[in-house]
Write a protein that binds this ligand. Structure first.
Ligand SMILES: NC(=O)c1ccc[n+]([C@@H]2O[C@H](COP(=O)([O-])OP(=O)(O)OC[C@H]3O[C@@H](n4cnc5c(N)ncnc54)[C@H](OP(=O)(O)O)[C@@H]3O)[C@@H](O)[C@H]2O)c1
Length: 237
């Protein structure tokens, strides 16, 4: 099976990077299964894809809920899984509430288990598939305010590498795409003029499409992308 054939499940497809990935993969020929909580936004995504001649099936579910996710994804055979859904609450550790900590761990870490375990056994049975997870350059090194979010993204990198070693000889490729800053509503922000230096969601979607389109004999395991522009300099304190 070559790139663009089959189905692609994209989590966090209702906005931002996941929506751009869903649109790109639909354009590349995949049937997209778009997953997020927001039913209205997923329906709008499906309408846009179908109007452009593509195929899309929305599934509304809270991926931090193990039971609901297992139920919503049961019986799905997919060729590509893009684990993109993620959340970030960036603040010093002493200011993080337990609920904020849990929200990040439940989605950025635990949902990888819920979603990947739902579709990976089928890929292994068929002897083919691709799992691409969105990490972050924020998971590569320490930074103030990133004690939990950065650690969840470090988890993504480590988990992806172990999984890659476990399944690559069984026909399943595992990759991680690590963007720098992307202009989205991540963390509840509305993108504005100050975000003009950042990558766009479409830049990340291009990177994912590139990873998925590698020849069968080539595994692009880790891809880090940054804006060629630098963030504006902050005035000294
Ligand atoms: N933006 C950046 O600068 C940046 C940089 C590097 C990496 N990343 C990573 O890129 C990924 C996407 O981020 P983004 O910037 O596109 O963020 P975003 O605009 O906030 O989108 C997050 C997506 O995840 C979904 N989501 C959130 N909670 C969910 C839940 N409990 N269950 C199911 N879906 C849920 C949201 O949909 P609903 O609200 O409808 O559920 C939405 O579709 C994340 O993994 C993030 O860590 C972002």
């Amino acid at each position: 099976m070559s790139a663009g054939e089959g189905s692609a499940l994209v989590t966090g497809a209702s906005r931002g990077i996941g929506r751009a990935i869903a649109l790109r993969l639909a354009r590349d020929g995949y049937e997209v299964i778009g997953v997020a909580r927001g039913r209205g936004a997923l329906d709008a995504l499906r309408d846009e894809i179908v109007a452009a001649g593509g195929r899309c099936r929305p599934i509304a579910v809270d991926l931090s809920n193990a039971q609901d996710t297992a139920q919503a994804l049961s019986g799905l055979d997919v060729d590509v899984l893009v684990n993109n859904a993620g959340t970030g609450i960036i603040k010093p550790f002493v200011d993080l509430s337990l609920d904020e900590w849990r929200a990040m761990v439940d989605l950025n870490v635990n949902a990888l288990f819920h979603v990947t375990r739902a579709v990976l056994p089928g890929m292994l049975q068929r002897g083919r598939g691709q799992v691409c997870t969105i990490g972050s350059i924020g998971g590569r090194s320490a930074w103030v305010g990133g004690s939990c979010y950065g650690a969840t993204k470090a988890f993504v990198t480590s988990w992806s590498e172990s999984l890659m070693l476990e399944v690559r000889e069984r026909g399943v490729k595992v990759s991680v795409v690590m963007p720098g800053g992307v202009a989205t509503e991540f963390g509840g922000k509305v993108p504005n003029e100050a975000d003009r230096w950042k990558l766009t969601p479409e830049d990340v979607a291009d990177a994912v499409a590139h990873v998925l389109a590698a020849p069968g004999s080539v595994l692009v395991h880790r891809l880090e992308i940054r804006s060629s522009a630098a963030p504006p300099k902050r005035p000294p304190p």
